[in-house]
Ligand binder design. Sequence first.
Ligand SMILES: C[S@@+](CC[C@H](N)C(=O)[O-])C[C@H]1O[C@@H](n2cnc3c(N)ncnc32)[C@H](O)[C@@H]1O
Length: 298
Amino acid sequence: MSTNGHIPVLLEEVMNFMDIMREGVYVDCTIGLGGHAFEIVKRNPKALLIGFDIDETSLLKAKEKLKPYADRVELYLSDFRYLPDLKIDFSQTKGILLDLGISSFQLDSPERGFSFSKEGPLDMRMDLRNRTTAHRIINKYSEYKLAQIFHEYGELKQARRLAREIVSMRKSEKIETTVQLRRIAEHVCRWRPQKGKIHPAAKLFQAIRIEVNQELKSLSSFLERIFQKIPKKARITAISFHSLEDRIIKHTFSALAVPKNSHPEFKILTKKPLIPSEEEIAKNFRSRSAKLRAGEKI
Ligand SMILES: C[S@@+](CC[C@H](N)C(=O)[O-])C[C@H]1O[C@@H](n2cnc3c(N)ncnc32)[C@H](O)[C@@H]1O
C-alpha cells in the first residue's frame, strides 16, 4: 500500500505484531513520513499515537499526513532516546515501534547527501541541528579514526586503504560531494558493476551515516529503559536495515527475555527475524534488507 508515494515496510507484519486494534497508546519512535502511524490511527479509532522524529522536514510531512486524526496524535521533534524521560503516562502503552535508519524521502533528497548515486553535499545529518556532518568527518577525522569507522560501521575490508586514499586526496583539495566520495570508493575497491554485488559506496556511506548520527549509540539502552516503563502486554516491534542494528536488537531482546528470579518478563515473538516477501521487495526495493523483531512484556 502506498501512502503519498511512500511505502511503509512490512506494513501488515507491523500491524499484527503491534496488535494495533487494542485501545491505548502506540508510540512510533521513528515516524518518518507517517506511513505506519497513519495506518494505526486509521484502522483503530481508539488508538492514540505519539510520534518522534529528529528530522524536522519529515516530522512536518507526517503532521500533514496525520491531520485527519490530529486529535489523537502527539508529535515530538526529538531523538527517541529521550522518550523514557518524558513525563507521560506510560500505563496505557500498547506498542512501541522502531523503523530505524533513513526514509526513502531522505535518501531521495540529494541536498541531504545520503545517496551516493545523486550528486549532493556531504551532509548526511538526520537532525540539521547536529554540528557533525559527513563533510567534517571526511575532511577532518584522522586516517586512523576513519579506518576504524569504515571497519566497524561499514564492515569494509578495504577500510584502511579507503581512509588512506581519502586523507591523501583531501591534502590537495577538500572532498565536497557525494559523487567525489563514491568515485574514491570505486577506485580503491576496483569496482566493476556485477549482478548481486553491493556497491562499495553503499557500505562506506552507511558507515559515515552511522557516525554522523550516532545511530548505534543508545539503541540497546533505549530498549532496556523503555522496557522498564511500559506495562505488561505492551509490545516492542523493531525494524532494522543492517546487521549491526539487528544484532543489537537481537541481543537486547535475548537479555530481556532471561527470566528474573525465575519469572520471565519478556517474550520474544519472532524466533527468527521476519523479512519482506519477494512480492514486497519487487514493489519496494528499499525493503530488501529489512528485518523485523518483536517481543511482548509479560
Ligand atoms: C525508515 S524511516 C521511518 C519511516 C516510517 N515508519 C514511515 O512509514 O513513514 C526512519 C525515520 O526515523 C528517523 N530517525 C532515525 N533515528 C532517529 C532517532 N534516533 N530519533 C528519532 N527519529 C529518528 C529518521 O529521521 C527517519 O525519518
